[in-house]
Design a protein around this ligand. Structure first.
Ligand SMILES: *Cc1c(COP(=O)(O)O)cnc(C)c1O
Length: 428
């Protein structure tokens, strides 16, 4: 595999961009080696600056659920940009987008469009604090909710990958209002709420985690969460930036049948453009300016090109059979990988919900929380990752992430991936 051109670009990048990348996990620090600099993508395939082609399981970390450069999305964005890339004024397309979200996700009565998942979770927490008049929030170890100060506490994704302590630059005075608990521990949650439930503004959770790898909620965990937050007047926020429109048309809340007070969306909702959203109960959202006093704004919020791409993406996902196809494709991948592990005599655990999947290298037991993800063999993942990359399969460059299957992945793609996995696992 040629890497000269990417290596050269990385060197140039490192001289002018911190670590050479605009978001940490892209740098491949956890797995080593040179990250391919991407030139284009189509469907489920990526090409890099050295002319290598890869089958893509990153999908821009979630948004590309239709596959790359899906013609209707490209066309919609083109039409939009020709009418100008931004107005800073309301448009009909934003209304359509909001109507679609409200229609698809029953817990959302009002929704506000923003530009990133970070902004969505940050704003949802501001609403919860403003509405309750309380300061403390609760998050779970290994969940990632973007990089707002008070959410960068025991966070997942890149923070976990690099095993960073809580980030420098976050004042202790901010972090002290964030209480962290282990994921999937209903008892710890109950105990906390018994002790100080009336001081808690909000609990934010990835209802199915993706940012420490795929971990489904244990039975009773989210039910308990819903019950104690309600009993104590705390706002329950589902961070569906990853799961929203992916695991079910109504996100994890639709799949699991639990109704949060507020939700954050991102990734898929923008169809690969910088767009995200937060929304939920009307009585909470109507406290956001200008309807109410809680301030939140954005020059590029509801950007017409992003809204156009996002709308097309959600509309395409609304066609009959899309979620069945995603389920079937990813289930095929899970089955193939399970078989490949067995044939290679390598122990591991595959966890999947719909079209998101993680292969954990452990003794085969279920992985239920951050401690158990940390305890996995990340050196083995590193070798496996490079074995796959050399075979043309592009996986997330960390054992703490989810792989994503798109509607563009074919049965042949899955076969090719499983073949590659047989080779890569055989070499471990
Ligand atoms: C990606 C992600 C975020 C952050 O979104 P950005 O657009 O990267 O700011 C927040 N929460 C979850 C669950 C995510 O997966």
């Amino acid at each position: 595999m040629k890497t000269e051109r990417s290596a050269e670009l990385l060197k140039r990048a490192q001289a002018v961009i911190p670590g050479g990348v605009n978001s940490p996990v892209r740098a491949f620090r956890a797995v080593g080696g040179v990250p391919p600099f991407i030139t284009k993508a189509q469907g489920a395939n990526l090409w890099d600056a050295d002319g290598n082609r890869y089958l893509d399981y990153v999908g821009s970390w979630g948004p590309m659920i239709l596959g790359h450069a899906e013609p209707s999305v490209v066309e919609a964005a083109k039409v939009a940009i020709e009418r100008s890339s931004s107005f800073g004024a309301p448009t009909e397309a934003e209304v359509k987008m909001a109507e679609l979200v409200v229609q698809r996700v029953p817990s959302v009565e009002r929704v506000r469009l923003v530009s990133s998942g970070t902004e969505a979770t940050m704003s949802a927490i501001r609403v919860a604090r403003g509405a309750t008049g309380r300061d403390d929030i609760v998050k779970f170890e290994g969940c990632y909710h973007g990089h707002a100060d008070y959410l960068l506490v025991k966070a997942g994704s890149g923070v976990a990958t690099f095993d960073l302590p809580d980030s420098p630059g976050v004042p202790a005075d901010f972090a002290k209002h964030t209480i962290t608990l282990p994921y999937n521990d209903a008892d710890a949650l109950t105990a906390l709420f018994e002790a100080r439930g009336d001081e808690i503004a909000a609990v934010i959770v990835e209802p199915i985690t993706g940012n420490m790898g795929v971990i489904p909620p244990a039975s009773e965990f989210l039910e308990t969460l819903r019950r104690v937050t309600k009993a104590h007047g705390a706002v329950l926020i589902f961070d569906e930036v990853m799961t929203g429109f992916r695991v079910h048309p109504a996100g994890a809340q639709g799949l699991l049948g639990i109704t949060p007070d507020l939700s954050a969306f991102g990734k898929i909702i923008g169809g690969g453009m910088p767009m995200a959203a937060y929304g939920g109960r009307a009585d909470l959202m109507d406290q956001v300016a200008p309807a109410g006093p809680i301030y939140q704004a954005g020059t590029l919020s509801g950007n017409p090109c992003a809204v156009a791409a996002g709308l097309k993406t959600l509309q395409a996902l609304g066609a009959p059979g899309t979620y069945d196809q995603l389920e079937k494709t990813c289930k095929g991948l899970e089955a193939g990988l399970t078989d490949a592990l067995q044939s290679a005599g390598v122990s591991g655990r595959i966890q999947r919900v719909g079209s998101m999947l993680t292969l954990f290298f452990n003794d085969g037991r279920p992985v239920r929380n951050f401690e158990e993800v940390r305890a996995c063999d990340h050196e083995k993942f590193k070798k496996f990752f490079h074995g796959m990359l050399e075979r043309g399969i592009y996986l997330p460059a960390s054992g703490y992430e989810a792989w994503f299957v798109s509607l563009a992945h074919t049965a042949e793609d899955i076969e090719r991936t499983v073949e590659a996995a047989r080779g890569a696992l055989g070499d471990l």
